[in-house]
Design a protein around this ligand. Structure first.
Ligand code: GDP
Length: 445
């Protein structure tokens, strides 16, 4: 996400370091570089112009000339203005006073609406809501079944027209869906609507009709971030054709440039509320402009990282591990395995590691990070006897050969794992003495 843009902006800001005082020429050079980086990232021209104008004005102003560290002050300004461009404060959904809250999804076909409907419902459920999905996309042949599948996965009911019943009116389906949700006392209902491959008047009219029929509290425009510069144009068409209250950026995982994210709020004056970052049901985040700006400036997004870790980590397991550590008991291969599994629960590890600060410097290592390593470690440990897991010292040469065979690995890989485990065990011993807290030793790679 944003790799190229991030590298270029951080490089140009680094160029300011070491200058005691900044001249107008220094500032202009940096701003020129940032402008070019933004344009290459497909950010809308009007947004780039406004952004660089504001940064320049502030960078030449008093706050920088009086700063102890002018270069750092410019970084702060760029950060502030990035936050502004991304929408300022984190946006919230508008919840209806009288439930159900009606949320309508709109966007082009393939934008990721149906996928998002499932993620949104799952997230709402985890927040204590009782969502229901409504399949009002009757255009795409598989859309209804697809929504039923994502609904099932999220454990959320789906209102869909009976197949083959001649029910071809999406407005009627939407209305019936919302009244069913009300009757069944769901507090929120998400209406998936049809899109088309390009902007067309018929689609806009259908979306408008659905909108008028269900009177949504929130209309979310879902846009594929990978379409880059086109995103702003499509967004304008939807704003004028249907109107929307918030934006969801989908496929942000595939958008290495960042143009859509940086353009859309400026162009439409609507907040980005959520980001979809993969095909899995949990590849979903609330959109926090400040955290996103930090990611662009390679300062990392530790808050999101912690939130995702908290979700993935089994509290009970963590407490058990901490207690064990504090008691001075030995850290075994079983503990090691359980930590690996928790790590795996956190989802896409590459993505998670990418949220750490200064990862730009380690991008290559990150790209080469092999997630299948965790599976290999699991296979190896599972091929050991309980006694061996408790006390790996007993694993001799012939057992190593057996374990390698059993796990489909090589003796060398077994040796590596045992060596790494020894180090982890050592580290746990020291930590156990020190603070008695849990940890994550032995990360592969
Ligand atoms: P719809 O036509 O707007 O309902 O779009 P879909 O939800 O069917 O999504 C279109 C395609 O994009 C599907 O293959 C999804 O798996 C994929 N997709 C959706 N969201 C994301 C995302 O955030 N990242 C990636 N990589 N793929 C996505």
């Amino acid at each position: 996400m944003f790799n190229n843009l991030s590298d270029r902006i951080t490089a140009s800001l680094k160029g300011l370091r070491g200058h005691g005082r900044l001249t107008e020429a220094d500032v202009d050079k940096t701003i020129r570089e940032i402008r070019r980086a933004l344009l290459d990232a497909d950010v809308a021209v009007s947004v780039v112009r406004e952004f660089t104008g504001r940064v320049r004005e502030r960078a030449l102003g008093e706050e920088v000339s009086k700063a102890l560290n002018p270069a750092q002050q410019v970084v702060k300004i760029v950060n502030d203005e990035l936050v502004e461009v991304l929408g300022g404060a984190t946006g919230d959904l508008h919840w209806a006073k009288n439930p159900p809250t009606v949320i309508m999804l709109a966007g082009l076909q393939g934008a990721g609406k149906t996928t998002l409907a499932g993620k949104l419902a799952k997230w709402m459920k985890s927040e204590g809501h009782t969502p229901m999905l409504v399949a009002a996309d009757l255009q795409r042949p598989n859309a209804v079944t697809q929504l039923q599948v994502v609904g099932e996965r999220a454990g959320v009911p789906v209102f869909a027209p009976e197949p083959g019943n001649g029910v071809g009116d999406p407005v009627l389906v939407a209305m019936n869906g919302v009244s069913t949700a009300q009757f069944q006392q769901h507090d929120v209902v998400i209406v998936d609507t049809a899109g088309r491959l390009g902007i067309d008047e018929e689609m806009m009219e259908q979306a408008r009709n659905i909108r008028d029929a269900v009177n949504p509290d929130e209309t979310l425009f879902v846009v594929d971030a990978m379409i880059g510069q086109d995103a702003a144009r499509v967004a304008e068409a939807f704003r004028d054709g249907v109107g929307f209250t918030g934006v969801v950026l989908s496929k942000l995982d595939g958008d290495a440039r960042g143009g859509a994210a940086l353009s859309i709020t400026g162009v439409t004056q609507r907040p980005i509320l959520f980001a979809s970052t993969g095909e899995g049901p949990d590849d979903f985040e609330r959109f926090h402009p400040d955290r996103m700006a930090n990611r662009i400036l390679d300062m990392g997004d530790v808050l999101t990282l912690i939130e995702q870790a908290e979700k993935a980590f089994d509290q009970e397991e963590a407490e058990k591990a901490a207690a064990k550590l504090a008691s001075g008991e030995d850290f075994t291969l079983d503990d090691f395995l359980s930590q690996m599994q928790q790590l795996k629960n956190m989802g896409n590890i590459k993505k998670m590691l990418g949220m750490l600060p200064n990862m730009g410097q380690h991008r290559e290592a990150l790209e080469n990070f092999d997630e299948s390593e965790i599976g290999r470690v699991e296979a190896i440990i599972r091929s050991m006897t309980p006694q061996e897991r408790n006390d790996p010292k007993v694993i001799n040469g012939s057992r190593r050969t057996r374990i390698a065979k059993g796990s489909g690995t090589t003796v060398q890989q077994i040796n590596q794992l045992l060596e790494r485990f020894k180090q982890a065990q050592q580290m746990m011993k020291t930590m156990g003495k020190g603070m008695g807290g849990g940890g994550m030793p032995g990360m592969p790679g």
